[in-house]
Design a protein around this ligand. Structure first.
Ligand code: HAM
Length: 419
């Protein structure tokens, strides 16, 4: 039989690397919790309409990359390509928007996009995200961005860049869009690009090809076409970020890949990651709730790529969550010692001390190798003869020192020393 494999483009995190993955996810989530965001666990698949209406039919994410299937009841469902539309659906369904505002939620987990896999670009990608819904306050924009920045900092990351822009609101954006379309119509664009200019002209600004970039040198840019309210909002966001000590660069060409954005948009990039350098991004989405059939409420949030953030940590030589798998490893010598070792392991666990032991009938050499590999600070060697006297050996794995201890005292002693 041929060897089964995980689907293409789906990364897996196995021990010991999975400890780093968990540390990244937990650290980013912790930053959200420190700002009062409550955790939301969302469905991994939704009614396809949630994404078509929420994210937008003209986006690549929805039109080309979604995993859509029909269930046995003939309903069209899709694996979630992103989190914001599902959060909004859930907020509306459970009437959270009628409670105190803003509704502040964070989430973490896998998302699915049928992209061409490469280093840092996956079909199952992981994100940690937040959404703050129902209050239109530039200080809230600054908070959301600062939470992301704080998450990266807590991991020890330093080499990333934050790009900031504003793409206007439902009043000023259509005016700008028309100006941009007129400009693009005057350029010698290939058919596909001209078609994009017609459907979603802002996306053309994001074109990475050198020949198109040259043509766009004098293109009109969103921040130069903001209405007074949007300009004021954008100025206040920048002031608040500066006051919070968050460094950013204005990037008037910043274009996000999803349709729901309005006003503030931002992206975190890590240059060490090459082509897939976007480690996180987000923005305001003031029309999203209405497009899902709810009241006209505002919102802002981000999605941070957990996989890419881990790659960025490695590129900076950081080992997030590096530590021991267990603190204590118990090595029983002989059959009678195995029962005592198992009981001792139970006592360590009950007291919250991470512990493992050598199972099966391994000899001393093999068991000590396992103790070494576990990364434990202490090995406890339970020999039958010593055990008959109520004693075991504690070996300090950092320097090899060994001492004999009364078995009843061993948990207490190591707990004290472990502090
Ligand atoms: P997004 O920019 O599409 O935004 O994704 C956010 C982050 O997810 C990216 O910056 C990147 O780090 C990671 N990511 C996206 N696609 C892939 C992939 N194929 N492989 C690996 N990582 C990937 C959103 O999803 C929005 N929902 C963010 C948001 C929340 N905006 C407002 N609220």
């Amino acid at each position: 039989m041929s060897q089964l494999q995980a689907p293409r483009g789906v990364p897996e995190y196995l021990p010991p690397d999975s400890a780093e993955f968990l540390a990244v996810r937990n650290t980013l989530g912790r930053s959200a919790e420190l700002a009062g965001y409550g955790y939301i666990e969302l469905p991994v698949f939704e009614d396809t309409a949630v994404f078509v209406r929420g994210v937008g039919e003209s986006t690549d994410v929805v039109s080309k990359e979604m995993y859509t299937f029909t269930d046995r009841g003939d309903r069209s469902l899709s694996l979630r390509p992103e989190g914001t539309a599902g959060v909004m659906r859930s907020v509306l369904e459970h009437n959270l928007h009628r409670g105190s505002l803003p509704v502040k939620l964070w989430y973490a987990g896998p998302f699915f996009r049928a992209e061409r896999p490469q280093q840092g670009r996956y079909r199952q990608l992981q994100q940690v995200g937040v959404e703050a819904i129902g209050v239109d306050d530039p200080l809230l924009d600054a908070e959301v961005i600062a939470v992301a920045d704080e998450g990266y900092r807590r991991l020890g990351l330093r080499g990333y860049r934050l790009d900031l822009s504003s793409i206007g609101c439902k009043e000023c954006r259509p005016v700008y869009r028309a100006v941009l379309q007129e400009f693009l119509a005057g350029l010698p664009l290939d058919d596909a690009t001209a078609e994009r200019a017609r459907i979603n002209p802002l996306r053309v600004l994001d074109d990475k090809r050198a020949e198109i970039r040259v043509l766009l040198t004098d293109a009109p840019l969103p921040p130069d076409h903001l209405c007074d309210e949007c300009r004021e909002h954008f100025t206040r966001v920048q002031q608040a970020l500066t006051a919070l000590g968050v460094r950013f660069a204005l990037n008037p060409r910043l274009v996000r890949g999803l349709d729901y954005y309005t006003r503030t948009t931002f992206e975190f990039d890590h240059p060490a990651l090459g082509a897939q350098s976007g480690i996180g991004g987000g923005g305001r989405y003031d029309g999203l709730m209405a497009s899902l059939g709810g009241p006209d409420m505002t919102g802002i949030g981000f999605g941070l790529g957990t996989d890419r953030t881990l790659l960025a940590c490695r590129a900076e030589g950081l080992r997030p969550g590096e530590g021991r798998r267990v603190e204590v490893f118990i090595v029983p010598l002989g059959e009678a010692a195995r029962d005592a070792a198992s009981k001792l392991a139970g006592r360590f666990r009950a007291d919250g001390m991470p512990v493992d032991m050598a199972y099966g009938s391994r000899g001393l050499k093999g068991a000590m190798k396992a103790a070494d590999r576990s990364g434990a600070r202490w090995a406890i060697i339970v020999g039958e003869k010593e055990l008959a006297e109520g004693r075991v050996q504690i070996k300090d794995m950092t320097n090899g020192d060994q001492r004999s201890v009364v078995v009843e005292d061993v948990v207490g002693q190591l707990l004290t020393e472990g502090m």
